[in-house]
Write a protein that binds this ligand. Structure first.
Ligand code: SF4
Ligand code: SF4
Length: 195
């Protein structure tokens, strides 16, 4: 489900900002010494396999998009997002209600590993794993950059306010009418994509 077609993804703690700003009480007036140079954020310039478990989890921004039900076109294999949430998706917090036991409760919840991230075609363009996979930096609203999870909602990235219900609330014949485009768009790059 939601993760549906594989999706489970580290919906876990989107992580605390580890890339804290460094503060220097007495800034040097000349060339900064090597010790004063700010360390580069941990996600830059590394391959997916190089992250620690904690770093890996923190790349998830907690948007909840991957926990939306997805439908696959039998003829084209194209994946379509719906605005229907997985049975465990908390549409308000955009988090999994039972992350530790998600795969027991939702067998088709896909665990995001580096290998999965490299092969899945349906990760949203805003997904932290996809961005890092493709060599992009994390955007301003990502919790690791902003220091707060609020920005994921404020930037219109999360599913908050856009989930019509959980999969149990819809009949199979109703699913096609629930297909939406916005999970595959970035409202910060395409203002029309936030709707
Ligand atoms: S089980 Fe949890 S992590 Fe998996 S798709 Fe459902 S809500 Fe998301
Ligand atoms: S789409 Fe990516 S960033 Fe968003 S909740 Fe899923 S794994 Fe996390």
């Amino acid at each position: 489900m939601a993760d549906a077609p594989e999706s489970s993804i580290p919906k876990s703690p989107a992580g605390k900002p580890s890339a804290s700003k460094s503060s220097v009480s007495k800034p040097s007036t000349s060339k900064p010494s090597a010790s004063l140079k700010a360390a580069a954020p941990f996600w830059r310039g590394r391959s997916l396999e190089e992250f620690s478990p904690a770093e890996w989890e923190s790349l998830c921004d907690g948007c909840g998009r991957c926990c939306l039900l997805k439908l696959e076109d039998e003829d084209t294999a194209e994946i379509h997002y719906t605005d229907i949430g997985c049975t465990l998706l908390d549409a308000a917090s955009c988090r999994c209600r039972d992350y530790p036991r998600r795969q027991k409760k939702v067998p088709d919840c896909v665990r995001l590993t580096p290998e999965a991230v490299r092969t899945l075609s349906w990760l949203p363009p805003t997904c932290g794993y996809r961005l890092v996979r493709d060599g992009h930096d994390l955007p301003w609203w990502h919790p690791l950059v902003s220091g707060t999870r609020r920005t994921v909602h404020e930037a219109g990235i999360s599913v908050r306010g856009r989930v019509s219900g959980t999969e149990e609330e819809f009949e199979t014949e109703e699913l096609l009418d629930r297909i939406v485009d916005w999970p595959g768009q970035d409202p910060q790059k395409d203002p029309q994509g936030g709707e």
